[in-house]
Design a protein around this ligand. Structure first.
Ligand code: C2O
Length: 555
């Protein structure tokens, strides 16, 4: 195998969007950050130098980090942050994984601007036959005119919105629907008749998105770096943390010389927003057909356009449900689906927003003049001030306990008239659960959220999982498992738990270490919608967590 070296300098860079110029935290001055492209089986070394006055860490979202939890990145879970002026080398392999992933900062809200694509080229040919003209990463993000650190502090203090971003972006560009942004529009040239692999990544902080291209359909071939049975859809839904790789064929007949007939709009907008009032603004880019009579190759001025009529509307739950329900693992001889048919342990956990009294002399923005916070099984996760992985490795239990409850403390009733119940409170702490190496684990994620209409995209570090079931209402432990898909369930690292419903995931806990599980809506993670789990070492030395690297940052 080959070793690929990268240098990441975390540094400020002045960036202008929407006519607001501000210092943006970046990697190597790039916004969005550089693409990492490696091959399956490669060894990756990324030397990160922190050139700013604040702490930082980088997470390789979806990279399994087999036995190398030290390189996973979430601050205070697997490492202490990289301090001002310090360096740390993330050292890991990408074996038996291929496809579209991404990387992002995993310290406070830095991932608002510190993110990029992480692409693993497969060792063997793609399982789909279309000859590809090019691979195009399309990363969705959010832009704030203000300082994101201030937005984060405000949200923690007052426990609620509005703290919406000022624009959604495609590859860092908002597009013509936002003020002052026509020149900041993403335009991708395509050749008529050719097929492109679009690597879609949702790096937005707080919003699940719909995406569509006018007059073109999209064929989904891979999600979260796992191949799917190909299926064609007029649009896609993608939650923060997720990736979706699709084929797009430039099959329209362009009219040479007429921009309005040779440029096709692509657009992304939220499924639901995390705060009121709804912000339904839309980021727009274009696929521009290359035609023979073209004089000016780079006309960056978008033509008049209308939004694609195949773009689902805000709140289109039927589309979201149908799209997510259509995803299936490829489950072929070459790429078998290793979903555990039986389980050793089941955890049923709520994913919930909660309400807390407002601090004296403050105004709160959650609900009923209270502040929001969040929890799983009424445990609101607090990050410790030391690294849990380090404590675990040294057999210390400083900063955490391993008594995360297996079941919710209260029974939830979705048909009740008054949503504000005992479920609205939770205790603060750092609770994990612990499983032996090789445990076949099922986690049922039960939404309880009456206060805020929201899907929760829950991300598991260190493992891929299979989404064996999803449904609305209360999970029924007797009935619902009978309807599980144990043949070709979708394999992912981030699952969108339906609003007012549940999702059941299965995984084999075969990666020794400490792993973070959290809602990938940044606001909810900050409020405590998270837990951790420890996978013990196996019997064989090849099933042990590797020793910590010598340059691991201290706290
Ligand atoms: Cu993409 Cu814990 O993160």
């Amino acid at each position: 195998s080959n070793t690929k070296h990268f240098h990441f300098n975390v540094e400020w860079k002045s960036v202008t969007r929407l006519c607001h110029r501000k210092a943006v935290l970046t990697v190597n001055g790039e916004y969005p950050g550089p693409t990492i492209a490696v091959h399956e089986g490669d060894h990756v070394r990324v030397l990160v130098t922190n050139r700013v006055a604040t702490n930082t860490t980088i997470h390789w979202h979806g990279v399994r980090q087999e036995r190398t939890g030290w390189a996973d990145g979430p601050a205070y879970i697997t490492q202490c942050p990289i301090g001002a002026g310090k360096t740390y080398t993330y050292n890991f392999s990408v074996a038996n994984q291929r496809g579209t992933l991404w990387w992002h900062a995993h310290f406070s809200w830095q991932r608002a601007s510190v993110y990029g694509a992480f692409i693993i080229y497969p060792r063997t040919p793609f399982p789909f036959s279309a000859p590809l003209q090019a691979h195009i990463p399309l990363i969705f993000g959010e832009w704030w005119n203000g300082d994101v650190e201030v937005v984060e502090k405000e949200m923690m203090l007052h426990g609620g919105g509005p703290n919406t971003s000022d624009a959604y972006t495609i590859n860092g560009l908002p597009g013509p629907l936002y003020p002052c942004s026509t020149k900041d529009t993403f335009i991708q040239t395509v050749e008529p008749g050719k097929t492109y692999l679009l690597r879609l990544i949702n790096a937005a902080l707080n919003d699940e998105l719909f995406f569509a291209v006018a007059n073109h359909s999209l064929t989904v071939v891979e999600i979260d770096a796992a191949y799917t049975k190909p299926f064609t859809s007029p649009a896609i839904m993608i939650a923060p943390g997720q990736t979706t790789t699709v084929l797009l064929t430039a099959d329209q007949a362009p009219v040479p010389g007429d921009d309005s007939k040779s440029m096709f709009v692509m657009a992304a907008r939220p499924y639901l927003t995390s705060v009121f009032p709804f912000n339904n603004s839309t980021t727009v880019g274009f696929f521009k057909y290359q035609t023979s009579t073209e004089i000016q190759e780079n006309s960056a001025i978008p033509p008049p356009f209308i939004l694609p009529n195949n773009l689902p509307a805000l709140g289109d739950t039927p589309f979201a449900t149908q799209f997510l329900g259509s995803l299936r693992s490829l489950a072929s001889d070459d790429y078998p689906c290793n979903v555990p048919k039986t389980i050793d342990k089941r955890i049923v956990t709520t994913v919930s927003l909660n309400l807390q009294d407002c601090p004296l002399n403050q105004t709160c923005k959650g609900y009923l003049n209270k502040r929001f916070y969040a929890s799983m099984n009424n445990q609101s996760f607090v990050r410790p001030s030391t690294s849990i992985l380090e404590s675990h490795y040294r057999n210390l239990s400083t900063g955490f306990s391993t008594d995360f409850p297996d079941n919710p403390p209260y029974v939830f009733n979705y048909t009740g008239v008054n949503p504000v119940t005992e479920n609205m409170s939770a205790e603060f702490g750092t609770k994990l659960f612990r499983v032996p190496f090789g445990t076949k684990l099922e986690i049922v994620l039960q939404d309880t959220n009456f206060l805020n209409p929201e899907n929760h995209p829950v991300h598991v570090h260190g493992h891929n999982f299979f989404i064996v079931g999803r449904g609305f209402g209360n999970f029924d432990v007797e009935k619902d498992p009978k309807g599980y898909n144990l043949v070709d369930p979708p394999e992912r690292n981030t699952v969108a738990v339906p609003m007012g419903g549940w999702a059941a995931i299965r995984l084999i806990a075969d990666n020794p270490g400490v792993w973070f599980v959290h809602c990938h809506l940044e606001e909810h993670t900050s409020w405590g919608l998270a837990l951790g789990f420890i996978v013990e070492n196996g019997k064989e030395p090849s099933q042990w967590l590797l020793p910590p690297p010598s340059d691991l940052p201290p706290c």
